[in-house]
Design a protein around this ligand. Sequence first.
Ligand code: ASP
Ligand code: MG
Length: 393
Amino acid sequence: MKTVVLKFGGSSVADNEKLKQVAKKIIEYKKEKNVVVVVSAQGKTTNNLTKEALELAQVPNDREMDTLLSVGEQISASKLSILLNNYGYKSISLTGWQAGIITNEMYQNAKIKEINIKRIKKELNEGKIVIVTGFQGVDEKGNITTLGRGGSDTTAVSIAAAIDADKCYIFSDVDGVYTADPNLIKEAKKLEKISYEEMEEMADSGAKVLHNRCIKIGSEFNCNIIAAGTFTNDEGTIICKEIEKPKVKSIVKNSNITKVELKKDKIKKEEAYQVYNTLLKNNIIIDEFKCNGKITFNIENSNINKVEKIINEQFKDYKTFIEEVTKIAIIGYGITGDNKILLEVMKILNESELEILFIDLTKSKIEVTVKKANDSVISKLHKLLIENPNNLN
Ligand code: ASP
Ligand code: MG
């Protein structure tokens, strides 16, 4: 019998009523297939746990933070299993380590190294529905690790790849991948299909639908990922190999970025290297690190306390300047092959009087970093590039 992986996001398992609906959905799949379920923590649990830890320490201990955060997923997995067993379906919940998920040691952003699928297989062979806690694993020393915010998607796709599942469904409160955030742009449309490459660019640019690392894994193992709504039977969006002709697929705005500037007289190359290394060792994800007269780099807003503490303690002689910035990404395979789209984008940004800090082009993405942008720019770009692309000529 084929196996399918079903992942449910935090808002889909937020309370007992929702858990019951999720359980019913799982039972439908179980009629035809073996089922592995991956769950996120209920509702805002992870946010709340983070907030509580930050009330105890400005920069909580990394190891303990992961131990704390991993609890959320255990609650949803065990509750769901209680429910399924009660409905008469044999089910078992497994934590990251019980499911054989081995990661590296990078707390809060750990990468899965391997999955020992013995236990999952054994339980499936006994006819059980296997429910695995998303977002967590264990390092080689036995410490609990977490995979980064939104990491349950990566747990799901990694398990799907490891057990050679038929498909991996990512169910959540959004019923697919859209041409823009439907909360910002009411004209945004759901896409039927999107390629791994485009989806990866979207996730890297800050679109929250899927965790960025899960897409690379899906693509590597050629596992079809379907993003769909938990509480609807509508078709979702398929993320697969197929690439259509070049056109703009989606526009993503990410305001969760802080630009950090470090200044002092004469910075030597080794000193810049030291800063970079120290940040990396502290599990800070850094983007666009540059050293030309001054050191500049981007981080996520949530890391600002941690970075400021490191700089104040270990690099006292630098002056620090921080500023929140916004990235606007226009995504579609091959769209940078022709200047037309790029020229139109620049025209709109100019008319909106945005201060451009950086432009990055890849085969499938135009990404512009600006100082603060409001949503009307996204709306203008969406109108021209997606709603009326014929006006581009
Ligand atoms: N519970 C974790 C988070 O909120 C992981 C996930 O939901 O994927 O980020
Ligand atoms: Mg998510």
